[in-house]
Write a new protein. Structure first.
Length: 165
């Protein structure tokens, strides 16, 4: 393996890559514009961060589409997956659930209430969610095995969509 070029040296230049037609993207144009207007700014981090941001947006769109095909919002899938990962009895406290899904306590309270007061997943009679009667564990639990089938179908759709992108 060849030694890595030191940052800022001629061997570290993007010039060779940027001269190849088809290898430039909108981030390259953005960086070039900044370099032309403000050569004093270090825009190197922008190349990585902008591409990561754009990739994340692209993957989020694919994820939403895959879940929508099965009647789920992404947040519903996240909660369902967190509960499924726990195994029987498929239950978490609200605090554990918010840590598992990386949301705030207010957001989790809203989500639990929304899940427990309706049937957010079309085609599942009797609803997919219930709220534990225990004051110590007021998180949602699953009521229908069909929920896990929906969760599995969403996973397959999402991974298939990501494999084709």
């Amino acid at each position: 393996m060849a030694p890595r070029a030191l940052p800022g040296t001629a061997d570290d230049s993007d010039a060779e890559i940027l001269e190849v037609p088809g290898l430039r993207d909108e981030v390259d144009e953005l960086v070039a514009a900044w370099r032309a207007q403000r050569p004093d700014l270090d825009v190197e981090p922008m190349q990585v961060l902008s591409r990561i941001s754009r990739l994340a947006r692209h993957l989020d769109i694919a994820r939403r589409a895959a879940f929508a095909d099965h009647g789920l919002e992404t947040w519903e899938f996240d909660v369902l997956s967190a509960l499924r990962r726990q195994g029987p009895p498929f239950q978490l406290t609200p605090g554990a659930l918010l840590r598992a899904t990386l949301v705030t306590s207010g957001t989790m309270t809203n989500r639990i209430d929304r899940l427990a007061t309706g049937n957010p997943i079309p085609g599942i009679s009797g609803g997919c969610w219930s709220r534990s009667p225990s004051r110590a564990s007021r998180g949602p639990t699953r009521r229908s095995p069909t929920c896990w089938a929906v969760n599995a179908r969403c996973w397959r759709s999402w991974t298939a969509a990501n494999a084709s992108t």
